[in-house]
Design a binder for this molecule. Structure first.
Ligand SMILES: *Cc1c(COP(=O)(O)O)cnc(C)c1O
Length: 469
């Protein structure tokens, strides 16, 4: 057969639609989906002919066309967003959705949201209420702030604070804090969008109180301090503490805004981690507004919190941009649950998954590793499986230099490449995301949730070894 004949051997769409296999498919799936699958599969065949596929193989693929159309349709009809098992050892993995929510919290959330709720209704007074009210009181109680509001994320929080308080004015900021957080968040760009003018002071490594004092003038809208969460300058350095900035702010009637980034409520040094400034400390030191993410060290849903003095928070609440940045009812409910869990620290460490992962003892990880290795014996012919020491990290731009000692299981494939093995894991019915080195897959157990661990063994047998149970 020449190439033209090969092309002609691909059945036309109308013909395919009449086949009983495709008719069956149309009973279960929408016609648009089936047509799209037909188009994609026949296009694929045409491409392969153009690439010079052998005639015999080609005819076989034509015979298999109904089956490949079914597979393609099923795949397209499946959900795109799936639960995956995070075995990367990175606790706040932005690509994997940062902080997971707790099981009990989700159950409450599901009950709350499958019905109506008092999202913006004051049940005591019987009148319209504020959607922030439910979590605002918790934030104030936990942090000592007078008032608080939440928006879509921390980038939005900083943008709103600058726009509402400093549009058309200058914002004074240290040259050492002109940072970029991954994903297009750069302080100078956010500043520009807010309509405020950047007034840089000091130098990359040192900025003193006097530098700020010289810069603050009649046209200053705010002093901004940014926590350099994802990098560190070491050596001959100096930065000005919030307490000193707030003394100038107060004297000149200029608000001090602190972008804290991660915004922890716990003193992490108790858990052997470096001390990160907490929200309550920052408020206590005199910051007028503190902005932080709810899905970093706090361990809640994606949101940006702005907490601080009532008069400034009130200005934000009234700003027209607030309406565009406001959070939805899912987030409002999840925020209330998250902050409420912090009422007791042990409870927070138990109920908030990322705190649980951060404080997991190495002995627990070791037990998990042994248990898993035992289950994976049937894979012994295909992989060398070992338990090794590992280092997990926080991720999400938080605690950049900190590593948590961990345990991992490594897989060195015998009959396939590491790349192929990683693909098997990623494309399995429950995808498992791992680290990859040149010769092994590294499955770090610190970030594997308890619920996921229960099925992990079976998932690995199935995906890595094609062993079904
Ligand atoms: C992470 C971070 C942001 C952005 O927060 P998102 O919630 O991801 O929008 C802003 N500033 C700092 C200092 C951060 O660490």
């Amino acid at each position: 057969m020449d190439q033209r004949e090969l092309y002609r051997s691909i059945p036309k769409v109308d013909m395919l639609l009449e086949l009983s296999e495709i008719q069956d498919l149309l009973l279960d799936y929408d016609r648009r989906l089936v047509l799209e699958a037909i188009r994609l599969e026949t296009e694929k065949l045409r491409e392969r002919i153009a690439q010079g596929m052998a005639e015999e193989q080609m005819l076989e693929e034509v015979t298999n066309l109904p089956l490949s159309i079914r597979r393609r349709t099923e795949k397209m009809a499946d959900y795109g967003m799936k639960r995956v098992i995070n075995a990367t050892g990175t606790i706040l993995h932005t690509n994997l959705g940062r902080a997971p929510l707790g099981q009990e919290q989700m159950e409450r959330l599901s009950n709350l949201l499958t019905g109506y709720s008092n999202l913006e209704y004051d049940l005591e007074a019987g009148e319209r209420g504020e959607r922030c009210a439910h979590f605002e009181s918790w934030i104030c109680r936990m942090t000592g702030a007078e008032s608080a509001v939440a928006v879509n994320n921390n980038a939005a929080a900083v943008l709103l604070a600058l726009t509402a308080l400093a549009k058309g004015k200058e914002v004074v900021i240290s040259r050492g804090e002109m940072i970029e957080i991954g994903g297009q968040f750069r302080i100078p760009d956010v500043m520009e969008q807010s309509g405020a003018t950047l007034r840089e002071v000091g130098t990359t490594n040192r900025t003193r109180l006097a530098d700020y004092e010289k810069a603050v003038a009649w046209n200053t809208g705010a002093i901004l301090k940014v926590h350099t969460s994802n990098y560190k300058i070491i050596g001959f350095t100096q930065s000005t503490p919030v307490r000193e900035l707030s003394s100038i702010g107060e004297k000149q009637g200029v608000p001090v805004i602190v972008d804290l980034g991660s915004g922890s409520l716990l003193d992490l040094s108790k858990y052997g981690l470096p001390h990160e400034p907490t929200v309550q400390e920052t408020i206590e030191e005199g910051a007028d507004l503190v902005c932080f993410s709810a899905d970093k060290l706090l361990g809640g849903p994606q949101a940006g919190i702005i907490a601080g003095r009532k008069k400034y928070v009130a200005a934000l609440k009234k700003h027209p941009m607030m309406r565009a940045l406001r959070i939805d009812k899912f987030t409002a409910a999840a925020l209330e649950m998250t902050f409420r869990a912090y009422l007791r620290e042990e409870e927070a460490c138990y109920r908030i998954p990322i705190l649980n992962m951060m404080t997991r003892p190495i002995t627990e990880l070791e037990q998990m590793a042994w248990k898993l290795k035992e289950m994976l014996k049937p894979l012994g012919g295909q992989y060398v499986i070992q338990i090794e020491d590992s280092m997990s990290q926080m991720g999400g731009g938080a605690l950049p230099e900190e590593y948590f000692p961990s345990k991992c299981i490594t897989f060195t494939p015998k009959g396939r490449t590491v790349v192929e093995a990683e693909q098997l894991l990623r494309r399995g019915s429950t995808p498992v995301i791992v680290r990859v080195t040149e010769e092994k897959l590294v499955l770090d157990l610190r970030t594997v949730l308890k619920e996921d661990f229960e099925i992990l063994g079976q998932v690995l047998l199935q995906s890595l070894g094609g062993i079904a149970l």
